[in-house]
Design a protein around this ligand. Structure first.
Ligand code: ACO
Length: 326
């Protein structure tokens, strides 16, 4: 290849498990209500992986759809990066399992762990692999069976999350300047660990633990950190708020998404919102929302998309991309 290499988003895919749990279903097993959940979060329902259905299974469904959308054979994939907080096993990586299940024999594969910011992190890593010419066709997946680390006795967290997967194919190009991933900016502040964490782990308790969150404190950090990271990504790409055609944010809470929309001064219809349908699926939420807006024709080749996410760590970040290929 010659010239500046860019990483084009050439295919998207997603998958939600068959089983749906509505807010009313939850209200049947814990002290909560459809009204409380909708008003505080915008969530109407979440999908729950079937018994025996693993994160890698969800990831494979989304990946196959993205590979088909890109018009590729699976053998063409030369790297797989999976963002997940709920891996099949402690090791090997979920990406290695997905590589085997897909038959992507030419791909090296590894996981990235940045909780709900995981997809933005994985996208950045995949973009760097392409721009450093270590790979040409990279599958980037966000996949979670997040409901498996919920404490079903804790209504403050149990109502917020769901399972799902989303994927994109990134392809190297040397004749598409100003297309593909335009910038990405990542941030971490580990001092905020106690706001959102799991009370278990391989090296601490020897079990997987359950999600613990100080929701209102996370909320306070979210809008400020999401907007500062998006500002940084815009500056790095030499773009302005007005240049964004679509905001595809992490789908955690409709109030956070709406606050970001207002802060950016964007028309509401330019923001992709899917949280009502699948709740917070952590690293899967951005590619799930992206694929929804690609499938229904809102997002078209050439559109500028802004991605942004915050999660446990705290980790957060934003990325900008011109979608598709010229
Ligand atoms: N059903 C009914 N009542 C509930 C529920 C529930 N599921 N959960 C809490 N309550 C009650 C509380 O007990 C409290 O009652 P009290 O006033 O009698 O003490 C009341 O509702 C208010 O509780 P708050 O925690 O103050 O409610 P808040 O308005 O902050 O909403 C929420 C909670 C939805 C978690 C909100 O703080 C939030 O969305 N935070 C952001 C969290 C988030 O998005 N995290 C994800 C980002 S990072 C990531 O994606 C991993």
């Amino acid at each position: 290849m010659s010239g500046a290499v860019t990483s084009l988003i050439t295919g998207t895919g997603s998958y939600l498990p068959e089983k749906v749990m509505t807010n009313d279903d939850l209200a049947g097993v814990m002290e909560t209500s459809d009204e409380w959940i909708r008003k505080r979060t915008g969530i109407a329902q979440r999908h729950i992986a079937a018994e025996g259905e693993k994160t890698s299974d969800l990831a494979c469904h989304a990946a196959r759809e993205a590979i088909t959308a890109a018009g590729l054979d699976v053998e063409a994939i030369d790297a797989i990066v999976i963002a997940t907080t709920t891996p099949d096993d402690t090791f090997p990586s979920t990406a290695a399992s997905v590589q085997a299940k897909l038959g992507a024999t030419n791909a090296f594969a590894f996981d990235v762990q940045a909780v709900c910011a995981g997809f933005v992190y994985a996208l950045d890593v995949a973009d760097a692999l392409i721009k450093s010419q270590k790979a040409e066709k990279v599958l980037v997946i966000g996949a979670e069976t997040f409901t498996r680390i919920l404490d079903w006795e804790d209504r403050t967290t149990a109502v917020l999350f769901g399972d799902g997967a989303g994927a994109v194919v990134l392809e190297a190009s040397n004749n598409a300047p100003d297309w593909g991933i335009l910038s990405s900016c990542l941030f971490t502040d580990g001092r905020f660990r106690d706001l959102l964490y799991v009370d278990g782990g391989v090296s601490s308790t020897g079990d997987v633990g359950h999600v613990r969150m100080k929701g209102n404190e996370v909320f306070r950090h979210a809008v400020e950190k999401l907007s500062s990271s998006l500002d940084a990504a815009l500056k790095s790409a030499g773009l302005k708020d007005d240049d964004i055609d679509w905001l595809v944010p992490h789908q955690a809470n409709i109030r956070i998404i709406d606050s970001m929309q207002k802060k950016l001064g964007m028309p509401s219809e330019k923001v992709v919102r899917t949280v009502s349908q699948h709740a917070n699926t952590s690293a899967a939420s951005i590619p799930l929302a992206l694929n929804a807006a690609v499938q229904d024709g809102r997002i078209q080749p050439g559109h500028i998309i802004a991605f942004e996410a915050i999660g446990g760590g705290l980790t957060w970040g934003a990325a900008l991309a011109r979608f598709g290929r010229p």
